[in-house]
Design a protein around this ligand. Structure first.
Ligand code: PSU
Ligand code: MN
Length: 304
């Protein structure tokens, strides 16, 4: 009944077995300012092609689930006004009512799995917000990782979140958190955080094998691959911490709640770093896209 609309490129890749990497669209509509958002989206797609896989950017447009956007659709979405941010709770309603929505990590995982795509690259996942003990603000992304079998490559969780609590919830939910090439959990704009990651793997092949082994065991849920931002591009946490704290205070003062919180904080941090947060964000997403392409290729190669 759900008629997935594939881009020509993704349709061809599905037919000939080329590895595919899913990409989310909330990062385009709610995570980065126009016009950089569409430039970055196109660049990240190209990085995946250069690494030997095919990109599938996911969104709901006029009530249709799109897996892979044509260049014009990507441009239109990146400058459209009032696009909804859709997570697990909103996805069916958006499709049923003929709406247009950008998919978060949770909704992108659902769509990717539905389309038979096992690997997904993004910037950072949603997690447990600072002050969650009173606000109860915990991203649906964490529960999605616990139930949908997609490997998500992210630069850890954004430093606007409570990283310690985010790691605790992931552990409770049984989500493997795998740091790529280091022991520490990365903190999005910074390569390292004070927190150790439960698992470490140094190659795409190992990560692909762990993904396939979970499937063979019949375990529900995916894996979070925490890939640190390249050192040359990071913003040291000493510099960012006070900026994040003040963005947080602004959000509270303006009573920002629910799904508006993450986009609000990202925008404030962008302003307070005079755009440097965006430059780092671009570098880490591209880095994640390359690793995700390697994992998708390894999964295909191992399947023989
Ligand atoms: N990381 C970014 N920019 C973003 C997001 C993450 O750098 O826009 C988005 C992702 O789509 C993620 C969502 O799934 O924020 C989490 O939102 P919430 O905290 O409301 O679940
Ligand atoms: Mn939230």
């Amino acid at each position: 009944m759900i008629d997935i609309q594939y881009s020509a490129e993704v349709r061809a890749a599905k037919n000939d077995g080329t590895p595919i990497v899913a990409l989310e669209s909330t990062i385009i509509t709610h995570g980065m300012p126009y016009p950089q958002n569409i430039e970055v989206a196109a660049q990240v797609e190209q990085d995946i092609r250069d690494a030997g896989a095919v990109p599938a950017t996911i969104a709901v447009i006029d009530g249709r689930l799109r897996v892979g956007l044509e260049p014009d659709q990507l441009k239109d979405l990146g400058q459209a006004q009032g696009v909804a941010k859709i997570s697990r709770a909103d996805m069916a309603a958006c499709i049923a009512s003929g709406g247009t929505g950008a998919t978060t990590v949770a909704a992108t995982m659902i769509a990717a799995h539905f389309a038979g795509i096992e690997v997904f690259a993004t910037g950072g996942i949603g997690g447990v917000h600072r002050g969650a003990e009173t606000s109860f603000d915990i991203s649906a992304d964490l529960h999605e990782l616990a139930q949908t079998p997609v490997t998500v490559v992210a630069a850890g969780a954004k430093a606007i979140l409570d990283l310690a609590k985010t790691l605790e919830v992931l552990e409770t939910l049984g989500v493997p958190v795998i740091a790529h090439g280091q022991d520490e959990f990365p903190a999005f704009w910074s390569a390292k955080s004070p927190f150790a990651t439960p698992l470490r793997m140094d190659t795409a092949e190992q990560i692909a094998k762990a993904h396939a082994t979970r499937r063979a065991l019949g375990l529900p849920g995916g894996q979070l691959v925490a890939n640190p931002i390249p050192l040359a591009d990071q913003i040291p946490s000493e510099e960012l911490d006070p900026i994040i704290a003040s963005a947080q205070q602004d959000a509270e003062a303006h009573r920002i709640t629910g799904k508006a919180v993450t986009p609000y904080l990202l925008q404030r941090i962008y302003e307070r770093t005079e755009g440097r947060s965006l430059i780092a964000n671009i570098a880490l997403v591209r880095n994640n896209a390359r690793l995700a392409a390697g994992i998708a290729k390894a999964l295909k190669a191992q399947a023989g």
